[in-house]
Design a protein around this ligand. Structure first.
Ligand code: NOJ
Length: 960
């Protein structure tokens, strides 16, 4: 929650106090723990942990109560079905239908439902109803493909009684071994077990029971949280009683697990059951507006992606826990003691995880890798790949809460030009509205929004404005009147429209689970409805956890009701995604025939949000620790399939020192989503206000981002077709190098070989960059050579320097001409930097399209592979053709390569003064001048070909 002004006296008092607090923000401010549940304060978390502890304590005397009825098992067309019988303490048999699907992609899916819940509704007070069955619609919002059942999966005839074995996956190298009693599944690859479900016996499906006369069911000792729970003065009525699902998932031999964002923590997740350096609490996923969030913490934040990768030397496997309810994950690592007979072979660490969600089905996907790329691809087939954004969206965004008038916006715009600092997008926070009523403009401060957007458009710049899901509850506001009259709002537990407090004061929330809400929301964005908006206006969806200032844990009561009579409890984590989904639809349909790729920034997210939005890490703080924390957070989001991620550059709360601001820009240029933002109470900090030398250094950093935009866009394109992260951590690029697995403060940009390690500490003058391989690495700016596998290398990093290396063997596309915006660079020529590897070779790719429309889906793009070997640099086409290819390539005919730089150019070239350039298969070549530069002091020599003048979309060869 963050603060502003508003109407009602009660509200004004509350806000004045919070603004007062905000004005005195000091470093070290921290979260109010008392506002958020610890595991022991969350009934189902406490119950599942206690259950696990009891199972462990009882050891072999414990008999797990879940048994797959052998007679019920059927296997057909890549799918196994059966019924798990849960034997309750009172000897009741609860029937739990099981479906295990073996997918064409090589993933497997295990779903456990509950028969008794499948039909019926529960009568609530005042005649309203809640669904009785377990929530089974998360997939509707999350899954977009990859569900084809395997045609080749088959039962393994070689099996023992009490087991069913299924061979599946590529060349049937995967096997699921299902033990019937107690129920357990082991997943094998090449005969070795990589993932185990219910190996520790923590499977727990809290079954449907009537409120009375069932008191003998387990857990016997504590039924206090079964039917009602109170926290922070809010009572959750829990009409369906206890209904959690829990399961242990182990990764034998795997020492690292990554993923399950969003947490402000290290990339390699920590253990959660205490001990030195470990957490005491499980990682929590319950999308929340956590005011002044703390670092190194498993506390929940704004978004959730329950996808985890487990990694060990040369193997990556993972799971995706598809459940939209509040979820917690415990992690412990277990290292067997050294066996003296093992002759120095040290035992491998095993990571054991325990997942539990408050309601819904048990629905878990298992991925067997073996590479991190396999995981990204297969998970992405299910939940979708990241959207290919409009080109402007990957450039620099200038935001603050708030640019106060349309003149202010125009003035900032002019100042960027005056100081020759590139930027693409300026943002408006909530104050642009008329009294926090979305879809309106404040008539006094923004009298001419169109004029403002037109000025921006003159230099191809864009405007992003905020639209939140809370709708002000005020008379004569047509939006709220329609929301009510069309019955499109979220309801409270009594079936009446839910009222809570957010920026506007009293508000209602649009229920985007309702298809009618999506249509209505879509209508609100049409140009004739949302007056004053132009095509260069895009959207920021904030507060969509949803944030409710007076709600339990700053969000909605769990017993609120959504479309289809689902409780908020069931859908909470996917709620934010449904708003973005509606906004995305709206942005597609603003005007018939005018279809542009939408750009939406969301704060809350769930798996799948990558298809339609970018995210940022919310309200961070202007201090060095938050700067450092932004890196693992952004990297982790990429691992979890949502790589279009960034953090507020400069820090949201507080005023950064000039050094911190400068270092933050030098870091922010490596966030896939690069936006500066600041709280309303902070001092203005547009880069041109920083004074020298800071302003020039920040300008150079932003220009570096712009210079590398071709490489960034190519990395975004890769992410959009195979799910690979845009910035990649060490383990992802070097999966064999164990020393690098826990490193999360340096990273590679796509597959360009660019390795960055931003400075995140005060007063630093150098950084130590870890190099995993024995390739040569070159300083980006002066080509100093660093080489030596498995070592850290000290790279100078005075304030004006961004520590950035180029790994040998890559060709990096750039655009070197500084411009006011990326839109104005569209027709600029390219520079290719050829960074030779130790064998004198290099390779790279470039993807280009119009950066705006969906024509690329019909072939309107250029996709090239550049290769250097045997003294020849060539460009070949690697794109598939479509109906729009020829026309697009024609529009790019004049876009040429203006420079080729060869780093570590062979000494023999010193004698040369020109190269031969052969374009489009011509027989005779033209010549272009070659300059050779010898360097001293550990710097590699380089050669420059000036103006080879080859077309970026053409086939060509340069002979050296
Ligand atoms: C909370 C967001 O996290 C922050 O970025 C924004 O400035 C405020 N809401 C006001 O809209």
């Amino acid at each position: 929650m963050a603060r502003s002004r508003s109407a009602s006296p009660r509200w004004t008092l509350f806000l004045s106090l919070t603004i007062l607090l905000c004005c005195f923000i000091v470093p070290g401010i921290s979260v109010k723990h008392e506002n958020f549940k610890k595991c022991a304060q969350s009934g189902f978390c406490k119950r599942n942990r206690a259950y696990a502890d009891e199972v462990t304590a009882r050891g072999s005397s414990w008999t797990a109560p879940y048994e797959l009825d052998s007679a019920s098992i059927q296997f057909q067309d890549g799918q196994l079905q059966g019924t798990i019988i849960k034997m309750t303490a009172s000897n009741e048999k609860v029937r739990l239908p099981l479906t295990v699907s073996f997918l064409e992609s090589g993933a497997a899916r295990v779903v456990v439902d509950e028969e008794k819940r499948v039909k019926g509704e529960i009568e609530l007070r005042h005649g309203s109803k809640a669904r009785k069955e377990r929530y089974n619609e998360a997939g509707k919002w999350v899954l977009v493909g990859g569900l084809e059942l395997s045609k080749s999966a088959s039962l393994n005839p070689e099996t023992e009684t009490g087991f069913t074995k299924v061979l599946y996956g590529p060349e049937k190298k995967f096997q699921a071994i299902i033990r019937h009693a107690p129920f357990e599944v082991q997943f094998q690859r090449d005969g070795e077990t990589h993932v185990k479900l219910n190996d520790r016996g923590y499977l727990n499906v809290e079954h449907w029971r009537a409120k009375v006369n069932d008191e003998s069911s387990e857990p016997k000792d504590d039924q206090s949280t079964w039917w009602e729970e109170t926290f922070g003065g809010n009572t959750d009525s829990k009409p369906r009683g206890p209904e959690s699902v829990g399961l242990d998932i182990s990764f034998p031999g795997y020492g690292h697990v990554f993923g399950i964002p969003e947490h402000a923590d290290s990339l390699s997740l920590k253990e959660t059951r205490g001990g030195s350096g470990n957490h005491e609490e499980p990682y929590r996923m319950h999308n929340s507006d956590v005011f002044e969030y703390e670092l190194n913490s498993p506390m929940t934040l704004y978004g959730s992606i329950p996808f985890m990768q487990a990694h060990r030397k040369d193997s990556t496997v993972g799971v995706f826990w598809l459940n939209a309810a509040e979820t917690w994950v415990d992690i412990v690592k277990f290292k067997p003691s050294v066996n003296p007979l093992a002759l120095g072979v040290s035992p491998k660490t095993t990571t054991q995880t325990h997942w539990f969600s408050e309601s819904g089905q048990l629905d878990v996907f298992v991925f067997l890798g073996p590479t991190p790329e396999d995981l990204s691809r297969t998970y992405g087939e299910l939940t979708g790949y990241t959207q290919l954004p409009q080109h402007f969206a990957i450039a620099y965004h200038q935001c603050r809460w708030n640019y106060v008038t349309d003149d202010d916006v125009k003035d900032v715009d002019r100042k960027f030009d005056k100081y020759q600092i590139p930027y693409d997008v300026i943002w408006l926070d909530i104050e642009y509205t008329d009294g926090k009523k979305y879809f309106t403009w404040d008539p006094l401060t923004f009298p001419d929004p169109k004029g403002m957007q037109e000025q921006l458009d003159d230099s191809e710049r864009k405007l992003v404005i905020i639209i939140d899901p809370h709708i002000k509850n005020e008379a004569n506001y047509p939006v709220v009147e329609e929301l009510k009259s069309k019955d499109l709002a979220v309801k409270n537990k009594d079936g009446n429209i839910y009222e809570g407090w957010c920026w506007p004061g009293s508000s209602h929330w649009v229920d985007c689970f309702n298809p009618a809400s999506i249509s209505w929301w879509t209508g609100l964005f049409k140009y004739d409805k949302f007056k004053g908006t132009l095509p260069n206006m895009f959207i920021w969806n904030d507060m969509n956890e949803p944030s409710v200032f007076n709600g339990p844990e700053t969000t909605m009561p769990k017993d609120n009701l959504h479309y289809g009579n689902w409780e908020h409890r069931d859908i909470h984590n996917v709620n934010g995604l449904t708003l973005v989904n509606a906004t995305y639809n709206a942005m597609l349909e603003r005007k018939k025939g005018e279809i542009r790729r939408p750009f939406i920034l969301t704060r809350s997210f769930y798996a799948g949000a990558q298809r339609i939005s970018a995210m940022w890490t919310g309200d961070n703080q202007a201090n060095w620790d938050h700067l450092a924390a932004s890196l693992p957070m952004v990297l982790n989001n990429g691992i979890a399939g949502f790589p279009f991620a960034g953090a507020d550059v400069g820090g949201f709360f507080g005023n950064p020192s000039k050094e911190l601001l400068t270092r933050w820009y030098q870091t922010g240029i490596f966030y896939p989503f690069f936006r500066a933002h600041a709280h309303i109470d902070t001092r203005r900090r547009e880069p041109y206000l920083a004074g020298e030398p800071y302003m020039s250094i920040i300008t150079q950093a932003i220009r570096l981002r712009y210079q590398l935009l071709p490489a960034w866009y190519t990395a975004f394109h890769q992410a959009s077709v195979n799910g690979t992260p845009i910035v990649r951590p060490q383990y992802y690029v070097h999966p064999s190098d164990e020393l690098g697995f826990a490193i999360d403060d340096q990273f590679y940009l796509g597959s360009t070989g660019l390795l960055a390690k931003p400075v995140v500490t005060e007063g630093a003058t150098s950084v130590d960059i870890y190099i995993a391989d024995d390739e040569k690495y070159y300083d980006y700016f002066d080509y100093t050579v660093y080489q030596g596998a498995g070592n850290r290398h000290t790279v100078p990093a005075p304030l004006e320097k961004v520590p950035l290396l180029m790994q040998g063997g890559h060709i990096i596309p750039r655009k070197d001409r500084p411009r006011r915006s990326s839109g104005l660079m569209k027709w600029d020529p390219y520079t290719l930097v050829v960074v030779l590897d130790k064998n004198g070779q290099a390779e790279g790719t470039l993807y280009v399209d119009d950066g705006e429309t969906f024509d690329y889906q019909h072939g309107a793009y250029i996709h090239r592979r550049f290769s250097f070997s045997d003294s020849s640099l060539s460009s070949e086409d690697i794109g598939r053709k479509g109906p729009k290819t020829v026309d697009y390539v024609k529009t790019m005919a004049d876009v040429r390569v203006e420079k080729v730089v060869v780093v570590d150019a062979p000494k023999e070239w010193q004698e040369k003064s020109s190269v031969t350039v052969i374009e489009d298969g011509a027989e005779a070549g033209a010549t272009a001048p070659l300059e050779y530069h010898v360097q001293q002091g550990g710097k590699a020599p380089y050669a420059v070909v000036k103006n080879p003048n080859v077309g970026i979309g053409k086939v060509w060869r340069i002979e050296f």
